[in-house]
Design a protein around this ligand. Structure first.
Ligand SMILES: Cc1ncc(COP(=O)(O)O)c(C=O)c1O
Length: 484
């Protein structure tokens, strides 16, 4: 046995790196990152390729080790080239991400030290950092000190946790789930519909409350519907409003909805995954007035705080309700229960072992201070208005309502032929070109292009390039006569 143990130890020791090996790995990775960031301004926002990254399969897992240079080559050609480039400031499709560099350093440090952030007992300092991030966001929303929250992998999980907290806080029983009603609009993010299924509420009724001409929930229709549902013997369970819809950037009337939720005693959740951090600006505060009156909020640092993907948050005004909904313990965790000064993430989320997500938010906020975030968000709001004005300088462009935050939509109406077919061709042409990236959507059968400005690298230069690519492509597809 001893001999075998020695032999196995020798082989297993290969998993531990020497200082020299670490230096080599770090230098190569750092060089890779530097090259990527230096080249980034000239890299396309989208690369369509026949191969679609299939080359990764040419390097299967094998018993024997591989060379780092060869692996980084695969990363470059097969992973970091084809498809969308979310790090690019020329990406204004979907909801752009960011990728602040200090967050990458934080992820590195979190992984090297591998602190266990599920419970306060095991890594009190790390949990304090996560709770500091949550408190800061709760203050931003205007929640009291009794609020709690959880750093999630993204908005989808945050919405799910918010919904489950609402379900658990109500007196509804499983046998009545088919009488539950969830109020929202047609524009709610589809992850909410998924969350409804995950929460076991697939038989509940989803009421899509009518919207005004700006695609915002009509609050009085909501009130009328709730009353009608109660008369029918249904159980109004939760209102899911949006503070910045993904498709169109609309902000539901939170103040009026909050009043209705209070009058009717219904849980009020705001999906501010996209729009929430605009609360750092005066404009955002005005648009989202009333958000503090909600019961829970989803807000995504990997959107409005420009963090790399993997950072969402759910915030719950009455923290005890989140705890009651999520807390669970096990015999083998009994030693951890003595440390109760701070809430443990595992008591407020479905996760137990998890990534130390707080560090990638804490480090950039501390290193840069809050001010540049505020400025960047105000800049995004202004850039969207700038684009909204400038795009109307192109003949035959039809725009949607004035942007409430940093998403707007538009289409080109050709002199002849089908407008939908034209706009589909236009967006395909932009994707093929790849210099800039915009995405499209459809509203009641009409195809529109969308502009979503949220990457911290998007500035006036990038917006001007997007305008010039649009002019060029419209010119190509429609002919010179149609351009002003
Ligand atoms: C309003 C809104 N809610 C929820 C989500 C889902 O968030 P995630 O992709 O982080 O899961 C998104 C994503 O774009 C969103 O825009």
């Amino acid at each position: 046995m001893e001999e075998r143990l020695d032999e196995l130890e020798q082989q297993a020791q290969k998993l531990e790196t020497s200082a020299k090996q670490r230096d080599h790995l770090w230098r190569k990775a750092q060089q890779y990152g530097e090259e990527f960031l230096n080249d980034l301004p000239d890299l396309p926002a989208y690369s369509s390729s026949e191969n679609m990254g299939r080359g990764v399969y040419d390097m299967p897992f094998e018993e024997e080790p591989k060379d780092l240079d060869a692996l980084l080559d695969v990363l470059k050609s097969e992973v970091d080239t084809p498809g969308l480039n979310p790090a690019s400031g020329k990406h204004v499709g979907y909801i752009p991400g960011g990728g602040l560099y200090p967050s990458a350093i934080a992820d590195y440090l979190a992984a090297v030290t591998n602190r266990y952030t599920g419970v306060f007992f095991s890594s009190p300092g790390a949990v304090r950092i996560e709770n500091m991030c949550i408190r800061w966001m709760n203050d931003l929303i205007g929640y009291p000190d009794s609020a709690a929250g959880n750093l999630t992998s993204g908005g989808s999980l945050a919405n799910l946790i918010g919904l489950v907290a609402a379900r658990d806080d109500s007196e509804i029983q499983g046998k009545n789930f088919d009488r539950a009603v969830i109020y929202t609009t047609h524009q709610v993010h589809h992850c909410v519909i998924k969350a409804i299924k995950f929460a076991g509420l697939k038989d509940a009724t989803i009421r899509e409350i009518p919207m005004d001409e700006h695609f915002r929930m009509k609050a009085e229709e909501l009130r009328r519907q709730i009353k009608a549902d109660r008369k029918e013997g249904l159980i109004p369970l939760v209102i899911f409003a949006s503070a910045g819809t993904t498709d169109l950037g609309a902000v539901d009337p939170l103040e009026s909805i909050a009043d209705i939720a209070k009058d009717e005693n219904i849980w009020f959740h705001v999906d501010a995954a996209y729009g929430g951090f605009f609360l750092l600006t005066d404009h955002g505060k005005e648009k989202m007035a009333g958000i503090a009156k909600s019961d829970s909020v989803t807000i995504d640092p990997h959107k409005g705080l420009f963090l790399p993907y993997g950072s969402g948050a759910v915030l719950v005004k009455d923290g005890q309700k989140l705890f009651d909904s999520q807390h669970m313990t096990a015999n083998y965790l009994q030693d951890t229960r003595q440390a109760t000064e701070e809430a443990s993430p595992a008591d407020l989320s479905p996760e137990l072992s998890k990534h130390f997500r707080g560090l990638r938010m804490w480090l950039p906020l501390q290193l840069f201070g809050i001010q540049p975030f505020r400025a960047a968000l105000e800049e995004k709001l202004l850039l969207t208005r700038y684009f909204y004005q400038e795009i109307q300088g192109i003949n035959r462009i039809e725009v949607g309502p004035e942007p409430e935050l940093s998403v707007m939509f538009f289409r080109y109406i050709p002199e002849k032929g089908d407008a939908n077919a034209f706009n589909k061709k236009l967006v395909d042409e932009i994707h093929r070109d790849g210099r800039v990236f915009l995405s499209s959507t459809h509203i009641e059968g009409t195809i529109y292009l969308r502009l979503a400005v949220l990457n911290f690298r998007t500035h006036r230069k990038q917006i001007d390039l997007i305008l010039s690519v649009l002019r060029e492509k419209i010119h190509k597809l429609a002919g010179a006569a149609t351009i002003s």
